[in-house]
Design a protein around this ligand. Structure first.
Ligand code: SER
Length: 586
C-alpha cells in the first residue's frame, strides 16, 4: 500500500535527485491573479515564470499544489472526480524539454527504486496534430525508445492532448499523458487509452509548453520552452493501491467513514461521497489565510453552495442533527499535515461552518412551512416554487423531496428566464444554491461596488477585494490596506459613495471576454473560467464611469435606489486586511 504522504515524498525526492528545487505550493485563492476564483492547476501560480520571468529558486522546480475545480461538480459522486485535489508537479522553465521530461516520468513510474510499476500496465497518449501544431512524433519516439510498444501509444486530438492556455492567451502546448491499467489481468494486445477509456486511468500529464496563443487565436512558437507536469495525487494513490474509488485514499477515507457513521440511510453511497467531497473542499478553501467565509459572492459563494449541497444531502441520509462541524473536524485532522494552515484557521472554519449550517437549516425549515402555506389545491404553482427559491433560497429539490406536487415546467421556465438575466456562469450548475435576489441584497451589492471603487480612489490602487459578505441588513467588505483608516478617510469614502448615489448613475452590464474586461479597466474576481465570457457591471456611462467590476450580479438599475450610504464600522480583519461594514437606505 502507498499513502499520499509517501507518494508526495517520493515525488519530491525523485526530482530533487534530478536537481530540482522544492518550492512551496500556493494558496487556493490566487494571490496575484484576481482573474480566477481558485488555483485550478499547479501551473497557475507559475504563469509569470512560464512567460519568462526568472524564478528565484531556479529553472527546475518541484512541488505539490492544492487545487479546486468546480467545472466537473456534476460528476462528483462517481469514482474519481473531486472538487478539491492535490497535484504533484515538476517544472522546467526553459531548461530540459521532451527528452528528459519523458525519461524522468518513465523512471519514476517504473524504476524499482521509485514506484516500480509494471511496465505492461502503462500506456501513453501523444498529440495527434492539427492545423495549429504538428503530430508529436518526437514524444512518441522517446516513448518507443524507452520500450513502450507502438500499440500502447494513442494519438489523440487537442481535446485530449493539449493543455492551456490558462487564459485566452498564454503559454500552452501538446501534452503526453500516462495511463495505468485498472482492468482485470493484463491489458489485451492493442488496447490503449484511445480505444478503452474505462480501464486506462490517466495518472500523469507532461505538458510541453512550446507555443503561445495570441490575441488573434494563433499559436506562435514560444520564446521559452517549458515543461509543466501534473500528477493527480488522490487518483494516483487510488490506482496504485487498486482501490475501486478515490474515497478509499487516506486523505478521504476517514472523512467518508465519519459521514457513513452518521448516516441513518446507509445505502446512498453517492450522497456520502458528495458530502465527503463538498465539506472537504469547503474546509480547504476556508483554511487558507485569506479568510474566505460563506458569502453571496466570489469564493465565499462557492463555499456556501458546497456546504448547502452537503446539508441537503445530509437530509437525504436521514441526518437531522447538525453535522458539518463534526465532519469539518475530521477534515482538519486528516489534512492538517501537510496543510498546517488548517490548524491555524481552525476556529474560524468551525465557527463559520456552524453559522452557515444554522442559517441554511432555518431556510429549509421556514421554506418547508412556506410550502405548506402556499399549497393550494394540493399543488404548488411554478410561480410559488420560484418565489420560494428566489426570495428564501429554498431549493426546488427540497420541494420535490417533500413529495409535494409542483408545476415543474413553469418553474424551470421562470428559472431559465431569471438565469439568463443574472447568469453567474459555470458556478450556476451547482445544486442547492442560494439565490437571494431581494431588493435589500441588490442595493447592498451595488453599494459594495461603489465602496470598492471609492476605497481605491481615496486610499490607492493597492486596495484589492479580499472578501465580501452581504446579509439583508448590511454589507461587509474586506480589502487589503496596511493601516487603520483615519476618520477623515472614512468620511471621504462615505461622501464619495453618497455623491454617486445623488448623481443617479445608471447601473448596467455587458458580457465580454476576460481580455476585453481587463482592457476596459474592470476590477474584481472573475466568476467564470478563463476564456469564457464574463459579465461586467458598470456604474456610470461607457466613457465616464465610477465603477466597473466583474460580477454575476444582480444589482439595482440606478444608484438612486440606494438612497444613502453609511459606514458603520472599520476594523482589522487579519494582517494587512481591513474590514468595513456599511448600510444603505433612509
Ligand atoms: N497543467 C497540467 C494539468 O493540469 C499539467 O500540470 O493537467
Amino acid at each position: 500500500m502507498i499513502t499520499t504522504k509517501e507518494l508526495r515524498q517520493k515525488y519530491l525526492d525523485f526530482f530533487v535527485s534530478k536537481n530540482h528545487t522544492i518550492i512551496d505550493g500556493a494558496s487556493l485563492i490566487p494571490e496575484n491573479d484576481p482573474t480566477v476564483l481558485f488555483t485550478t492547476a499547479g501551473m497557475h501560480p507559475l504563469v509569470p515564470y512560464l512567460m519568462g520571468e526568472k524564478h528565484p529558486s531556479g529553472n527546475r522546480l518541484v512541488n505539490y499544489q492544492k487545487c479546486i475545480r468546480t467545472g466537473d461538480i456534476e460528476e462528483v459522486g462517481d469514482n474519481t472526480h473531486l472538487t478539491f485535489f492535490e497535484m504533484l508537479g515538476n517544472w522546467s522553465l526553459g531548461d530540459y524539454f521532451k527528452q528528459e521530461a519523458i525519461e524522468y516520468s518513465w523512471e519514476f513510474l517504473t524504476s524499482e527504486k521509485w514506484l516500480g510499476l509494471d511496465k505492461n500496465k502503462i500506456a501513453v497518449s501523444v498529440f495527434a496534430g492539427d492545423k495549429d501544431a504538428p503530430r508529436d512524433e518526437e514524444s512518441a519516439k522517446i516513448w518507443l525508445a524507452l520500450g513502450v510498444p507502438k500499440h500502447k501509444i494513442a494519438y489523440l486530438p487537442k481535446k485530449n492532448n493539449w493543455w492551456g492556455p490558462a487564459g485566452k492567451t498564454g503559454p500552452c502546448g501538446p501534452d503526453t499523458e500516462m495511463f495505468y491499467w485498472v482492468g482485470e489481468g493484463l491489458p489485451p494486445q492493442g488496447s490503449n487509452p484511445g480505444n478503452d477509456e474505462t480501464n486506462w486511468v490517466e495518472i500523469w500529464n507532461d505538458v510541453f509548453m512550446q507555443y503561445y496563443k495570441d490575441e488573434t487565436g494563433n499559436y506562435i512558437q514560444a520564446q521559452q520552452k517549458n515543461v509543466d507536469t501534473g500528477m493527480g495525487l488522490e487518483r494516483t494513490v487510488a490506482v496504485l493501491n487498486n482501490y475501486h474509488d478515490v474515497y478509499q485514499v487516506d486523505t478521504l477515507k476517514p472523512i467518508y467513514n465519519r459521514v457513513l457513521d452518521l448516516a441513518v440511510v446507509k445505502n446512498n453511497i453517492k450522497a456520502v461521497r458528495i458530502i465527503t467531497d463538498h465539506i472537504r473542499a469547503a474546509v480547504m478553501i476556508m483554511g487558507d489565510d485569506q479568510g474566505v467565509v460563506p458569502a453571496n459572492v466570489d469564493q465565499g459563494y462557492v463555499v456556501r453552495r458546497l456546504l448547502r449541497a452537503a446539508i441537503r444531502r445530509g437530509r437525504e441520509l436521514g441526518i437531522d442533527s447538525y453535522f458539518l462541524q463534526d465532519i469539518a473536524q475530521v477534515v482538519i485532522e486528516t489534512l492538517n499535515n501537510p496543510y498546517q494552515e488548517l490548524f491555524r484557521n481552525k476556529q474560524r472554519i468551525i465557527s463559520e461552518i456552524s453559522i452557515e449550517e444554522e442559517k441554511f437549516n432555518k431556510v429549509l425549515n421556514e421554506g418547508e412551512k412556506k410550502v405548506k402555506q402556499f399549497i393550494s389545491n394540493g399543488k404548488l404553482s411554478g410561480e410559488e416554487a420560484f418565489q420560494l427559491y428566489t426570495t428564501y433560497g429554498y431549493p426546488i429539490d427540497e420541494i420535490k423531496r417533500l413529495g409535494v406536487e409542483v408545476d415543474l415546467d413553469s418553474f424551470y421556465e421562470k428559472l431559465k428566464a431569471h438565469q439568463e438575466l443574472s447568469r453567474v456562469g459555470s458556478e450556476q450548475k451547482f445544486a442547492g444554491g442560494l439565490a437571494d435576489h431581494s431588493e435589500e441584497v441588490k442595493r447592498l451589492h451595488t453599494a459594495t461596488h461603489l465602496l470598492h471603487a471609492a476605497l481605491r480612489k481615496v486610499l490607492g490602487d493597492h486596495v484589492a477585494q479580499k472578501g465580501s459578505n452581504i446579509t439583508k441588513d448590511r454589507l461587509r467588505f474586506d480589502f487589503s490596506h496596511p493601516t487603520k483608516m483615519t476618520p477623515a478617510e472614512i468620511q471621504q469614502v462615505e461622501d464619495m459613495v453618497n455623491e454617486q448615489i445623488k448623481k443617479h448613475l445608471r447601473v448596467w452590464w455587458t458580457e465580454m471576454t476576460v481580455t476585453e474586461a481587463k482592457q476596459k479597466g474592470a476590477l474584481g474576481l472573475f466568476v467564470q473560467k478563463y476564456g469564457e465570457k464574463v459579465k461586467v457591471y458598470t456604474v456610470g456611462e461607457e466613457n465616464d464611469w465610477f465603477s466597473r467590476e466583474l460580477c454575476g450580479g444582480p444589482h439595482v438599475e440606478n444608484t438612486a435606489e440606494l438612497v444613502s450610504f453609511k459606514i458603520i464600522k472599520e476594523e482589522a480583519s487579519s494582517a494587512g486586511v481591513r474590514r468595513i461594514k456599511a448600510v444603505v437606505g433612509k
